[in-house]
Design a protein around this ligand. Structure first.
Ligand code: GLU
Length: 474
């Protein structure tokens, strides 16, 4: 399966690479993973048993340093999966212009089978091993959360790193996605889902593309199915529904629900928490086999779980006109071909879920600058906006309503600035990918190039520039 996944990623790269004018030898170099560290370590279980834990960290590209990418805890983790995911990170970072090479890590465990104390021991030992081999550090390789990990694991990582590098001024920047109290940044948890929302909003705003797909412009009223209600899926669902999209289907690994009139996200999540399944939720019909949820009648399908979900087996039956890849690698190479022929717009993972690493970048910059965003200018902006409002009020001899006044003279804090930086990044990157798509379609034919090709091609060209003056290639 994961061997397949790496092949899928390589094929997607190769397809797009052929659309660029880059030297084939350079393309081969860009494609290959630069270093992989596989290691095992012993874990003493709470009951005294000894177990061997398998772990990896892959650094796909060193064209910019540090390398960057999450740490995944899953029984499906393999070396090839980690390499495939690290590869995607390289292109993702290039697409949104964050100055990192791609990396990914993984530990082969089912986190549900371990106590919190065991998970802490595993995470700390993993960090120790990375540090020992120079696979972690603010200027070397900076992990972050991924499937099965979150702020808590990152806090164990930063604490272990700190204890091994006393006096290193920038040590907090060795990992991102930390709790705010430990050098994290406001907005990181929501970032990937929030970025998915911005990306879908940008795509839905292009009249011509929507027309071609047989849809009206705008998010309002669009029928959405979300697969996976983890951190990414949940936040994507939240922001899309707040913008007026209708959640007609929600899927979890053990069952899905469907209601063409819309599902209340909060109630469905509460039900899921209480029952550990969506099945039986009173506000919708059950879809016993989760995979069937991908085939529900809708406008936008958001795979937000794991890779290899949309395959040659089900792609022909998918009704959605827009596939919004919130997960990494949810669509196989063969499925891509089918979807393209059917005129679906696939918003590729390398662009669409880059909000997470974008806000990780902000967190890393915050840690390196040792200064919270907004701290210097908040009061200053408040005071100057207040002066502007006062003069306006005097001029027209009218007063603003108190709520409006408070809003106008607020002054941006860290959460506002992170959100604004994320929006700017997703809007700008969409414009770049969309332009490349246009150019490539004009050159090679409308049905020959999809948005994934455009995203890869645009990233490849940016990465190639980094090799320009190195004298490695003629
Ligand atoms: N794991 C996330 C991803 O796949 C975030 C990586 C990061 O923030 O470094 O993009």
């Amino acid at each position: 399966m994961s061997n397949d996944f790496l092949k899928q990623v390589d094929r997607a790269f190769t397809r797009a690479a052929a659309l660029t004018d880059q030297d084939p030898a350079l393309l081969e170099h860009i494609k290959r993973c630069k270093s992989t560290y596989y290691f095992t370590f012993p874990l003493k279980r709470d009951d005294g048993r000894l177990e061997t834990i398998e772990a990896w960290r892959a650094e796909h590209s060193h064209h910019k340093l540090p390398t960057k990418g999450g740490i995944r805890y899953s029984t499906e983790v393999t070396e090839n999966e980690v390499i495939a995911l690290a590869t995607l990170m390289t292109f993702k970072c290039a697409i949104v212009d964050v100055p990192f090479g791609g990396a990914k890590g993984g530990i082969k465990i089912n986190r549900a089978n371990y106590s919190d104390r065991e998970l802490e021991r595993i995470t700390r030992r993993y960090t120790f091993e990375l540090k020992r081999k120079n696979f972690i550090g603010p200027g070397i390789d900076v992990p972050a959360p991924d499937y099965g990990t979150g702020a808590r694991e990152m806090s164990w990582m930063v604490d272990t790193y700190n204890s091994l590098s006393s006096g290193e001024l920038n040590s907090l920047a060795c990992v991102t996605g930390k709790p705010v109290a430990q050098g994290g940044i406001r907005g990181r948890t929501e970032a990937t889902g929030r970025g998915v929302y911005f990306g879908v909003r940008e795509a839905c705003a292009v009249d011509d593309d929507m027309h071609e797909a047989g849809l009206k412009a705008g998010i309002r009223g669009k029928r959405v199915v979300i697969q996976g209600l983890g951190n990414v899926g949940y936040h994507a669902a939240k922001y899309l529904s707040e913008a007026g999209a209708v959640l007609v289907g929600l899927a979890e690994y053990n069952g899905a629900i469907h209601n063409p009139d819309g599902i209340d996200l909060t109630k469905a999540i509460d039900y899921f928490r209480a029952h550990s399944t969506l099945i039986g939720y009173p506000g919708a019909n059950d879809v016993e086999n989760s995979q069937d949820a991908l085939l529900l009648d809708c406008d936008i399908l958001v795979p937000a779980a794991l890779e290899n979900q949309i395959t040659s087996k089900n792609a022909g039956e998918i009704k959605a006109k827009i596939i919004a890849e919130a997960a990494n690698g949810p669509t196989t190479f063969q499925a891509d071909e089918i979807l393209r022929q059917r005129g679906c717009i696939v918003l590729p993972d390398t662009y669409l879920n880059a909000g997470g690493v974008t806000v990780s970048y902000f967190e890393w910059v915050k840690n390196l600058s040792h200064l919270r965003f907004g701290r210097m200018q908040k009061r200053f902006s408040q005071a100057s906006q207040r002066r502007l409002v006062d003069s306006l009020q005097n001029l027209v001899d009218k007063k603003f309503a108190p709520e409006d006044l408070a809003q106008i003279t607020r002054g941006a804090d860290e959460a506002d600035l992170v959100d604004s930086g994320l929006e700017e990044t997703m809007v700008d990157a969409y414009a770049q990918v969309r332009n490349t798509w246009d150019e490539l379609r004009k050159k090679h034919g409308v049905d020959k190039v999809d948005m994934r090709d455009a995203a890869f091609a645009s990233a490849i060209n940016k990465i190639a520039v980094c090799y320009d003056d190195l004298g490695i290639f003629p």
